[in-house]
Design a protein around this ligand. Structure first.
Ligand SMILES: [Cu+2]
Length: 301
C-alpha cells in the first residue's frame, strides 16, 4: 500500500514536470538563457577581464564599495598605494552574479590629505581610459606625502551617479627612500613632476613617461596636468659610484596625450639620481639646471 502511494506520487511528479516542460516549450521555442543587458560580455570576455586584472591587488579601503546592487572594485599594483605614481584600475560588478557591468564610468577622483592645520590634494591624471574595449578604467594618482588620505570616487553606473567616499587609506612612503615625484616653483606657482611606473625601470635604455601637474589655487582641489609646456633634460648619475653618468639619454618632451616622454639609460643596477633641468618652450631655465642640478628624482633598480 505504501509503495503504491509512492509510485502514484512519483507518477504525479513526472506528470507535472512533463507538462511544465511542454508548456514552456510552447512559449519559448528555443531555450536561450535570458541575456542580462547590464553586464558587459560573454564568459570568454569575462575570462579576458580576469587576465587583465590578474596580478593586481584590490586597494584596501577603496575596493568593494556598494551602490544599489553593484560593487565597485579598485585595483592597483599593491593593496596600499605609495607616495608618487600609482596606476589605479576600476571595475563594477553586479553584486549578485559577480559579472562585470558594461555601462559605467568613473567621472572624478578627489584625493585629500587632512593634516589638521591644512588640507591638500595631489596630482592626478584627471583622465579615465578604458582598457581594450572592456569596462575597466585606468587612471593614476600621485600622493605627495605618506600618511592618511581619503580618495572619494565619483561614478556613473547606468542612471545612478554619486560619489563613494571609501575608508581613509594609508599611503606608504616610497621604498628605499626613492623619490618618484618632485616639485618646482615657477612664476609663483608650484608644479610637480611625476615619474610614471618607476617600478618598471630596468637596466638599459628605458622609454620613460612623466607628468607635470600644477598645484590648484584651492589646494584641496586635485592638481591637474599643467597647461604650460616644458622641455626637461635628464642627467642620470650614480651617487654611490662617484656620480658617473650614462650616454644616450633623451629629454622629456610633451606628447599629444599630455604625458612627457624621454629616454633614460640606466647602465647598472643600484641607486640612480635623475637630475632635472626644466626649461620653458623658449629654452629658458625654469628649475634645476645642467648636469648635477639639485632638482632630482631617485630610483633604485
Ligand atoms: Cu600632507
Amino acid at each position: 500500500m505504501k509503495n503504491k502511494n509512492i509510485l502514484f506520487a512519483f507518477g504525479l511528479f513526472l506528470g507535472i514536470v512533463f507538462s511544465a516542460c511542454s508548456a514552456s516549450n510552447e512559449e519559448v521555442p528555443i531555450n536561450i538563457p535570458s541575456e542580462d543587458d547590464d553586464v558587459c560580455c560573454s564568459q570568454d570576455d569575462e575570462n579576458n577581464i580576469k587576465l587583465i586584472l590578474a596580478g593586481l591587488k584590490e586597494v584596501t579601503g577603496l575596493s568593494r564599495q556598494s551602490v544599489e546592487g553593484y560593487t565597485l572594485k579598485v585595483y592597483a599594483r599593491t593593496a596600499n598605494l605609495y607616495v608618487g605614481y600609482n596606476d589605479i584600475y576600476f571595475a563594477v560588478e553586479k553584486t549578485e552574479s559577480g559579472r562585470h557591468v558594461k555601462d559605467f564610468a568613473v567621472t572624478a577622483l578627489s584625493p585629500l590629505m587632512d593634516m589638521g592645520m591644512m588640507k591638500h590634494s595631489t596630482p592626478i591624471a584627471n583622465q579615465f581610459d578604458q582598457i581594450d574595449s572592456y569596462p575597466i578604467y585606468h587612471t593614476w594618482v600621485a600622493p605627495l606625502m605618506a600618511g592618511e588620505w581619503t580618495l572619494p570616487i565619483s561614478y556613473r553606473i547606468k542612471d545612478l551617479t554619486g560619489t563613494l567616499s571609501g575608508a581613509p587609506i594609508t599611503i606608504e612612503a616610497t621604498p628605499s627612500d626613492q623619490v618618484w615625484i618632485k616639485s618646482f616653483k615657477w612664476n609663483n606657482q608650484t608644479f610637480y613632476l611625476t615619474l610614471a611606473a618607476p617600478q618598471e625601470l630596468k637596466t638599459g635604455v628605458n622609454t620613460i613617461s612623466a607628468y607635470v601637474s600644477k598645484k590648484s589655487d584651492d589646494a584641496t582641489q586635485p592638481y591637474l596636468p599643467a597647461s604650460e609646456v616644458f622641455a626637461i633634460d635628464i642627467y642620470p648619475t650614480m651617487p654611490d659610484m662617484g656620480n658617473h653618468t650614462s650616454p644616450n639619454n633623451e629629454p622629456l618632451l610633451l606628447q599629444a596625450d599630455g604625458s612627457y616622454q624621454g629616454k633614460l639609460n640606466l647602465t647598472m643596477t643600484g641607486l640612480w639620481d635623475i637630475h632635472l633641468h626644466v626649461k620653458d618652450a623658449e629654452g629658458n631655465t625654469v628649475a634645476g639646471g645642467e648636469e648635477l642640478s639639485d632638482l632630482y628624482l631617485s630610483i633604485v633598480i
